[in-house]
Design a protein around this ligand. Structure first.
Ligand code: SF4
Length: 484
């Protein structure tokens, strides 16, 4: 059997979820909620809804706006009082309609639509087992195996089939299941990705990856879905059960959500993202002070940390770069050349802020380093006298198998490079990364409640084999449809 694991055809599942039960404007709210979560994925978007008996689904490639504007009146056609939605993280290739979500399926238990944020580390092994018995898969997404697990006759007959299915999964997952009469929301026992519960003024319950989705539609934050919990939204309101014993494992919340991924106005893992990023910046100023005239952020995710750095260092804060918001995130773009072009378009230097100055540049993280290098060059061209790079997380040295799409280990700037080599590569006058203890010391929860694998290589949840991250991409098969 050919095993063609194309570097350009990767499985990437860091996404945004939204669900709402019992609201006459459920689909409209899902649409706006997904807009708020757009930073979590721009590759595809979709909404599935139920009228209480039957499910329908619409999805496509691109941003929420693009998908739902491309079909006139689709939000109205989908309009039902129960809905879930999904935005998917952009990939470096292999962008295909077959992997867009929610997945809608019919099995002996009825209809179900599934939306997933995270990455299953045992997906390949489970898929192998199903394929050995003749199952056919339509996508290369790890999420599809969950449908097969649900449909397995021995699982359907269990007293709580969903809880039973979840106990087979390994890795990072927040999942929304839309059945005809209810939504079930589940979070993995380690609580790697965030998932929050909210309530509308009229009492309808809502779930979303981040609370920023609530702000957009006037929903009150209630609480987070607990690790190992299944929350059911149905006509009786909200009920809860656990498929994994609470407290059986120490949580492993992804602290990179706080560093980069989540939106500043969200509250995740019990803390506001903006406030914690400012704390990171203050700590960074203590760890790595600089003699400089101005502190500038790499907007947007570096802005909060730069404010904190400026507050602590008493060096004036200013906007030395401005960002165009009309292009997607850069480290998720298709190839290096396009990424560089995007960076130039996306971040432009404000010459009067940096010209003739000693500049502290604060960024949240450095992944490949090539985009950072481009920004540094642009600052030099604008007349910056000195450039002191400060990064509000430690050097990223390992890939993430839990749902954030870092490039391969070899492509990471800090892989096998010393700090002096990184400084030389970036062409900066000094460089300072936040130490891991500093990062963890800023956060509210105990240090061992966070995943730090991309900095330490310590993977708390087993990965079936590290080299199999793209193992579901087995064939150079490509289909086209009208959405591509
Ligand atoms: Fe988050 Fe890094 Fe852990 Fe991935 S490896 S879950 S990005 S902390």
């Amino acid at each position: 059997m050919p095993n063609l694991n194309f570097a350009k055809v990767q499985m990437k599942e860091s996404c945004g979820l939204f669900g709402i039960f019992g609201d006459v404007e459920a689909v409209q709210k899902a649409y706006f909620g997904l807009h708020s979560l757009q930073h979590r994925g721009q590759e595809s978007a979709g909404i599935a809804s139920s009228d209480g008996e039957f499910l329908q689904c619409y999805k496509g490639m691109g941003t929420v706006r693009r998908v739902f504007r491309s079909s006139s009146g689709i939000v109205e056609k989908l309009s039902n009082p129960i809905a879930i939605g999904h935005v998917r993280y952009s990939t470096t290739g292999g962008t295909k309609a077959a992997n867009s979500q929610p997945f809608l399926a019919e099995y002996s238990g009825g209809q179900v639509a599934i939306a997933h944020n995270g990455n299953l580390t045992n997906a390949s092994l489970i898929r192998d087992e199903f394929e050995a018995y003749g199952s056919i898969f339509k996508s290369t997404s790890d999420t599809e195996i969950i449908i097969h697990l649900l449909a397995k006759p021995t699982h359907v007959r269990k007293p709580d089939p969903l809880a039973h299915v979840l106990s087979h999964l390994q890795g990072a997952y927040c999942l929304l299941f839309l059945f005809a009469d209810r939504i079930e929301a589940a979070r993995d026992p380690y609580g790697i990705r965030p998932l929050a519960i909210g309530q509308t003024e009229k009492g309808s319950y809502v779930v979303a990856s981040e609370t920023c989705a609530f702000d957009a539609i006037g929903v009150r934050f209630v609480r987070e879905v607990e690790p190992g919990e299944i929350v059911t939204l149905d006509k009786t309101g909200l009920s809860s059960r656990f498929f994994a014993q609470p407290g059986a494992v120490t949580p492993a919340h992804c602290i990179f959500e706080h560093v980069y991924f989540a939106k500043q106005n969200s509250t995740i893992f019990g803390e506001n993202v903006h406030e914690l990023r400012k704390k990171f910046g203050r700590r960074l100023a203590i760890e790595h002070p600089a003699d400089a005239d101005v502190v500038i952020p790499v907007p947007d995710s570096g802005t909060s940390a730069a404010i904190g750095y400026a507050e602590q260092s008493k060096i004036p804060f200013d906007m030395g770069m401005v960002r165009s918001h009309y292009i997607g995130r850069t480290f998720i773009s298709p190839d290096q050349k396009l990424r560089e072009l995007e960076v130039n378009l996306k971040l432009q230097v404000v010459n009067v802020v940096v010209g003739g100055k000693r500049v502290v540049v604060v960024d949240d993280s450095i992944v490949r380093g090539t985009t950072t290098k481009g920004k540094i060059r642009a600052l030099r061209q604008a007349g910056a006298k000195e450039i002191h790079m400060r990064v509000s997380c430690p050097p990223i040295r390992f890939p993430c198998y839990y749902g954030v799409d870092f490039p391969t280990k070899e492509e990471l700037l800090a892989n096998n490079r010393t700090l002096p080599q990184i400084k030389e590569f970036l062409e900066v006058d000094s460089i300072g990364y936040m130490p891991l203890e500093g990062l963890l010391g800023c956060a509210n929860l105990p240090a061992d409640h966070y995943c730090t694998a991309c900095w330490t290589g310590r993977y708390r949840i087993p990965v079936d084999t590290a080299g199999r991250k793209f193992a579901l991409e087995r064939y150079p098969m490509r289909t086209f449809d009208e959405s591509e």
